[in-house]
Design a protein around this ligand. Sequence first.
Ligand code: TRP
Length: 393
Amino acid sequence: MPATDDFTVTPYAVEGDIDYDRLLEQFGADALSPEQKARFPSPTHPLVRREVFYAERDVDPFLDAASEGTTHSIVTGRGPSGPMHIGHVFPFYFAKHLQDQTGALVYIPFSDDEKYFLKDNSLEEISDYTRENLLDLLAIGFDPERTRIVVDTADADVVYPLATAFAKEVTQSTVDATYGDPENIGLSFYPAVQATHLLLPQLVEGRHPTLVPIAVDQDPHVRVCRDIAAKQRYDVDKPGALLSKFLPSLEGPGKMSSSGDEASILLSDDRETVFEKIRTHAFSGGQTSIDEHRRRGGNPEIDVSYRLLYYFFEESDERLERLAREYRDGTLLSGELKDIAAEKIADFLDAHQERRESLDSLEAELEPYRLTADERRAARERAGFPANALIQQ
Ligand code: TRP
């Protein structure tokens, strides 16, 4: 990494003041162009329209297939190391939005192995979070005909053979150079597992364009996977990526985290808690006194309540612009803006929680989303494992 950069972004560490453009140079990804943005089906999701997703790799083949109605897939996963907060579900709601619009296949891998390698949680804790997080995923309401959910340790009959095939393609020095020195051999191997996630739709369904919408810190996984795909030992295209900036934490810029001490809004928070968290913790771009605010106005760019509305919770561009204008000219006070954001977030969570509560048992709800025996066999065969090489499920 050039000495001029005072930030670090890898899947395992995000530090410093991130220069998103320089990061693209470092990673070798491209900015998402206005033409590409315009090619997303309408209405374009706010995360694309307002450039939270700001960069891409090979997004065009995916958009071609989406508009032509040929097979195309999205992979977006979850590392179950804690309860989910609102930032965690944005990519999933985005995937659901696209699935509704274009019939995209959606694959959702759960990297419980990764989080065990990386964090201090016990296997039991990771397993509990996996179950909890799965219920939140199921509450989103993906189309079970077009959606597959895979848990690394629970779907090992397919994940492990594929990861074995791909692990052979990646050298230890690539892993060290891409991720920094891994803390244990689990993390050395894990890139082969995440490569498996990203290639799984093609191994199940045959070659087609895949898009991976993820935070930019996960791009190294995409790169390693694309290098594996480029070797052409398997009949797959390189997966494309839609890379996002980090969402602000409630306290201000930086990455939202559920593992640190900072407050974040959990999917399980009730209305009162949402209002309380926003009122006490959401970083304000307003002035310290009402008089001063009326005189000088606030700054929506750095105001976390405004940013949350902007990125996800306020669909209407018109309404958003009016809020920004009134905040800047001092008509809209910081407390008022906070309440507008809290209201929207609480409404969203009410609907999410209602769907979650109406679910049956996890086992019953998950069943239609699991890979079928035929899909498992197809994936193993495409990865080179003969059909009769394994004890059949
Ligand atoms: N590694 C991701 C994380 O730490 C989770 C994840 C696993 C993922 N597989 C994925 C994300 C595939 C996107 C695509 O959060």
